[in-house]
Design a protein around this ligand. Structure first.
Ligand code: SF4
Length: 172
């Protein structure tokens, strides 16, 4: 007899039919309905992330993620995770300063996208931006590139960046 599936089932153990009943501590303590103890499900972290669609004429700035990390080698609209106490705009300015060495003027919000990875979830806020100061450099990426909007489809991207690129192409 398979005790686990036939007698000592998690939801309704049949203790009166159980050959181990006289040895069972759970039954002795009256806690058989509470066994087995399941580990608490770990909360999935959620991050708010900003992304910049930096425009120059009919082109936008994209950056290639370093090989080896999450979405390694894929191209993205630069940006990053919001830090505690930071507004989304301040987050975007900081990320572009740190990642590209530029300052930008932030314009309209283009949209909000939700995505779940295997170990965390993100909500991505994308904004139109214009360069104010500096020449974009790949300080945290492998490469940065100005790309015409209609050519974005030829660059490999993750789901959210692809969705942003599609939206730009459809409104170009
Ligand atoms: S007596 Fe113990 S082992 Fe047997 S069914 Fe009940 S809880 Fe399970």
């Amino acid at each position: 007899m398979d005790l686990g599936s036939a007698v000592c089932t998690p939801r309704s153990p049949r203790c009166s039919d159980c050959p181990l009943a006289s040895h069972c501590l759970a039954r002795a303590h009256g806690t058989q309905e509470l066994r087995p103890i399941r580990p608490a499900r770990r909360a999935v972290p959620h991050y708010r992330v900003t992304a910049a669609v930096v425009e120059r004429g009919h082109s936008v700035l994209i950056a290639q993620r370093p090989v080896g990390g999450l979405l390694g080698g894929m191209w993205e609209f630069p940006g990053g995770k919001q830090e505690h106490g930071e507004t989304l705009e301040a987050c975007l300015r900081r990320e572009l300063r740190e990642e590209l060495g530029v300052t930008v003027r932030i314009g309209a919000r283009l949209g909000i996208w939700h995505h779940a990875y295997s170990h965390f979830r993100v909500t991505v806020y994308a904004y139109r931006c214009r360069l104010q100061r500096g020449n974009p450099r790949a300080l945290a990426h492998s490469r940065v590139r100005w790309v015409r909007i209609r050519a974005l489809k030829t660059y490999p991207m993750g789901k959210v960046d692809r969705a942003i690129a599609r939206m730009l192409a459809s409104s170009a």
